[in-house]
Design a protein around this ligand. Structure first.
Ligand code: 5GP
Ligand code: ZN
Length: 112
């Protein structure tokens, strides 16, 4: 996708601080953290939004969650994080390459 900022991060055209990378997944720190620990896990495949996930994407999206859990352990927040997908502009989705937010290390519950 030519105009996708996260595809450009995957391609190395935009720099990012990476936590994890393999042939199908990338995890990197959010540029504007909303919690003491805030990183994103994305599939390298350009899926725009959660609503666009197809049956063929089920395995990779499960892997996104598993990698996030492994990274949360590494960051010592194994019992203190939330996983969030925004879906659609009205929800606050700004980047239309599917991404899971890992927000953690707050030390107390969130409103939801
Ligand atoms: P959304 O609002 O689409 O769910 O979340 C997009 C997230 O991507 C935001 O938290 C925003 O701070 C982050 N973001 C946007 N552009 C960049 C970038 O160029 N680099 C990094 N590391 N994060 C970005
Ligand atoms: Zn993309």
């Amino acid at each position: 996708m030519n105009d996708c900022i996260f595809c450009k991060i995957i391609a190395g055209e935009i720099p990012s601080k990476k936590l994890y990378e393999d042939d199908e997944i990338l995890a990197f720190w959010d540029i504007a953290p909303q919690a003491p620990i805030h990183f994103l896990v994305i599939p390298k495949k350009h899926i725009p939004s959660p609503v666009d996930v197809t049956e063929e994407d089920e395995r990779i999206m499960g892997k996104v969650i598993r990698i996030a859990a492994d990274l949360a352990k590494e960051q010592n927040i194994a019992d203190d994080y939330r996983l969030i997908f925004n879906n659609g502009a009205k929800s606050g989705q700004e980047v239309f390459h599917i991404h899971m937010h890992i927000l953690g290390g707050k030390g107390k519950p969130w409103p939801i």
